[in-house]
Write a protein that binds this ligand. Sequence first.
Ligand SMILES: [Zn+2]
Length: 316
Amino acid sequence: MPVLDFLEIAQANKPTGKQDTFELFARDFFKMLGFEILEGPDRGQDGGRDLILLEKRPGIIGNTEVRWMVSCKHKAHSGKSVTDSDEQDISDRLTAHNASGFIGFYSTVISSPLGRKLEALKLRGYEVLIFDNERIETQLLENSKGKDIARRYFIKSFTKWESFQNEPANLFNEYEPLRCKYCEKDLLDRKIIDESIIVFVEDIKFSEENNYEKSKYVDIYFSCKGRCDSVLEHHYLQQNCITKWEDISDIIIPNKYLSWNMAVLNRVRDGEDVYTDEAFSKLKQFILKVSQLVVKNRSEEQTERLRQLASIPSYL
Ligand SMILES: [Zn+2]
């Protein structure tokens, strides 16, 4: 499954003030790979938006320089592949830029006719490279410089992916799983977290009596989406309660985790939400256990300091 969502990069043909973002992204991408940028997207010639790169190849008797022309096509918003009609007059453009290599930098895949057209270009002695969405992603996630770029251009999808990469933090004396109320699987397990939810069980009568301006939560449970949840939901429906759920995989995104916690606090402070003791205790359990995936590991020194303070959390 792809990690980076190219829809996060603004569409090229809409005058949003951000329509050059894909080209700027390309510039940063090729800089990271070690190319020198001779002409950036802001100095595009002939109305085109091609980048011109210089690659220095070390050899025994000195460096060889290869000039590349990069053609950027950001079609992720239409979801269409890059076709041969998107790439007109490639060899003329290469000649105009005095380039001996062509790079297609695309946020979707290329069509087979374009693939054949590029093969023909190779036969004529040009070098050809294609970076489609998948290849761009692989390059970015491979090293720390690439990850910095991904973080800048794909803030949402990258941070989400990143939070799954880390092992749970060593917050507590030992790892605390968050169990599905029905099947007891650990919902924080990377393999199933995309299907994990937190469910708030609300007293319908209480809402009615308060003109739906207040909610009373009689319980909170954690479960897998689908069968586990429907069994549990059914049980509460019979008790005149309704349920509201949220994806745990969203809540573990650090920014979201903070704003989610703030929202919970604000609603309690404003008297909009009332919790039974049981529901409130589950809420605290949730916040603590999920934090293992949100906060970073503590260092050796911090662990030592915690020992000195004798304050290793014991409030689970
Ligand atoms: Zn389950």
